[in-house]
Write a protein that binds this ligand. Sequence first.
Ligand code: ATP
Ligand code: MG
Ligand code: MG
Length: 585
Amino acid sequence: GRELEWAVNTPELAAEHASINSNIIRTRFPPEPNGYLHFGHAQSMNMNFALSFEKLGVPMENRRTIFRFDDTNPDAESPEYIDSMKRDLEWMGWQPEKTTYSSDNFQTLYELAVKLIKKGLAYVCDMTKPEMEAQRELAKQRCAARAVGTDPDVVAPIPSADILPGRNRDTSVERNLKLFEEMKLGLHDEGTLTLRLKMDFDSPNPNMYDLVAYRIRYTPHPHAGNGWCIYPNYDFTHGICDSLEHIDYSICTLEFETRREPYFWILWALDMYRPKVYEMSRLNVEYTVLSKRRLLKLVNANYVRGWNDPRMPTISGLRRRGYNKQIINNFCNEVGATRSAKVVQMAKLFHVARLTLADTTRRAMAALEPIKVVITNFDEEAGKVGENGMTFEVQNSPTDATLGSHNVTLTGTIYIDSEDFKTEDDPNFYRLTPNKPVGVKYHGGNLICDEIVKDGDKIKMLKCRLDSSEGRPKPKSYITWVPSDGIKCEVRVYGHLFTQPEPSDRWEEELNSESEVIHSNAIIDPSVLELVDKKDVNEWKSNQALQFERLGYFVVDTDTTFDSTTREGMLVFNRTVSLKEDKTV
Ligand code: ATP
Ligand code: MG
Ligand code: MG
């Protein structure tokens, strides 16, 4: 009904818009800089920069997207967040037509508010917060009564016109202009006065109960500076900015559906061009939370080491974990944009990541918890192999020859991973035990454990023999190894941030205490350094992805600024994802 009426542009407005935009179709991505961008924003960016245009069949050259900081709440916003959002958007590869700030329109918004006062459609209100809540509650109850055909005056009688419609509603334009001016000049205290829109207390939509358009706040603004002590609210600002920027499609998440009505009402009241509004469901992903407010709590309570902790569902956390923009956007495309609510499985992200990384990453061997193995008959065995001795050529990628190859050299002392050895025999364990040999990857022979040398309870080393004889038993599996000149590094393996797929209201109690396992004595194949030419850790800052054979996909940690565990000059790897589904924590 009325909403539709308000949404319709007059022929003049439609013609003006058409002449300004001509063939251009414009969307906007409008985050509030009150935290870091997360997965949900990735979905929204994908929608606003690509998917929506594809759905509409808009040719490339006609697509425009404005990157707008929706910065109307100086209490929660900061330059750090603004900078991080710019960085993350750029890293995602999106190219905005321009970057704007809602706060750049503060003067215009103020003038439009004055215009509404002059039209008798806005008034300065001195009701307290509890009074406004009582007013809202009353209006809601009366509306509910009318909806079921009962008399609102019986069900929810109005105690006083002071509360409903409120004592300020029918005050003079002069009084309201004067008070609004005083608010702007800083003559009133915070919380004493607001500017409200004269909407409709009979509406079934509580968002029409005379929305607050302006509030007094003596907080400097991160972008606009110190010039203002009155700030426009989200609803008042958003639609006007959309209109001023000549947005064609204003896409938001479903919880904003009930705010269409005030969106259109405000533009109708100001006789401004009305964009089309579309809602899609919010992206939720299992085992994590996608809300800046909750993520901020995780950061502030030191549950994680910062916004870019590799466990965080933020763009910066995902980046640090080794997810690149292809993975993130492929995932968003798979999930798609619909109106049905959904909690997407984390497994879906992992699956997309594996598909994307499988063919492009180079492989290397690593031992996360190394056990030293001394090969007692090494010299004898080394004499048996061909001219390359114990050096083997290994394809960097088993599926892509263009990624080249590297050499690994078996040495008299090697390191194997503790997962590949058990002190007790076990019929279900196919790797090395005292009485069961195991194959040695690339060499091909068997490793036989003759002696476990202990230091107290701990295994100090294994004394083993290589067996490359013709008649050796065929091993159940081949294990990976790292030569004696392997590189010591730290490897961090990640699990879910939460123990529950859908964290509840008590989500702080549902944090996974094993979401990060740090292997600080890991050792990796020295050939890894050849892959990047330089032995300088700084050379790795390009998010180099690797596959550690049998262990998963890893990335060199690019930012350890928040970390106390990092040792100077030591390479740190983060696991992006395991090789197979079942290994994922
Ligand atoms: P948060 O609760 O994390 O602050 P928000 O909706 O307030 O989320 P904004 O920064 O104001 O976040 O949103 C910028 C854009 O991103 C909006 O259009 C919003 O609808 C969209 N967006 C935010 N979170 C999600 C999500 N989980 N799924 C899809 N879109 C999202
Ligand atoms: Mg928001
Ligand atoms: Mg928010």
